[in-house]
Design a protein around this ligand. Structure first.
Ligand SMILES: Cc1cc2nc3c(=O)[nH]c(=O)nc-3n(C[C@H](O)[C@H](O)[C@H](O)COP(=O)(O)O)c2cc1C
Length: 143
């Protein structure tokens, strides 16, 4: 069974809606254990970036569900590819709120970088998850 990481960006339907985020995280807590999905959700008040990790069919199924969710729009897939190990092993869905505007550059860079990648599974230090995890840990440390 192949492990997959999938990263997308989208825009929140309601700006700064922390209720939406709380409800989304509650669903993630419930469902991601059952489907063995791990990952990170970043939100800067306008834009989401989320990484989903898991068995490829589980990740694809959840992404289909999330794509149809009316709480966000304009989804753009930034990266999808095989990985050797998860970067958010212990997190059902880690969450970090960031200052407004911070995610635009990240989304742009990630889309460009992804095009340069070939089809080999990425190792533990090479995956997109590993990069996001590093940023996430830095953000926590700075709080
Ligand atoms: C930005 C965003 C991220 C989401 N992430 C997850 C997730 O990681 N896991 C999940 O089960 N649902 C997630 N959802 C919610 C799903 O779209 C869907 O509402 C939910 O899975 C339905 O399950 P429930 O009936 O148990 O709440 C997300 C929604 C949005 C808008």
């Amino acid at each position: 069974m192949a492990l997959l990481e999938l990263i997308y960006t989208s825009f929140a339907e309601a700006q700064n809606d922390t209720d939406d985020v709380q409800n989304i995280l509650a669903s993630s807590e419930r469902n991601n254990v059952a489907s063995n999905i791990t990952g990170l959700l970043l939100f800067d008040g306008a834009r989401y970036i989320q990484i989903l990790e898991g068995e490829s069919q589980d990740v694809e199924r959840l992404f289909m569900t999330i794509s149809k969710d009316p709480r966000h729009h304009s989804l753009e897939l930034l990266h999808k590819g095989p990985i050797l190990e998860r970067s958010f092993e212990t997190w059902r869905m880690a969450y970090e709120a960031l200052p407004k505007g911070l995610l635009s550059d990240l989304a742009e860079n990630m889309a460009v970088y992804s095009l340069e990648q070939d089809g080999e599974p990425l190792g533990v230090d090479e995956s997109f998850g590993a990069k996001l995890n590093g940023m996430f840990m830095d953000a926590i440390a700075a709080e």
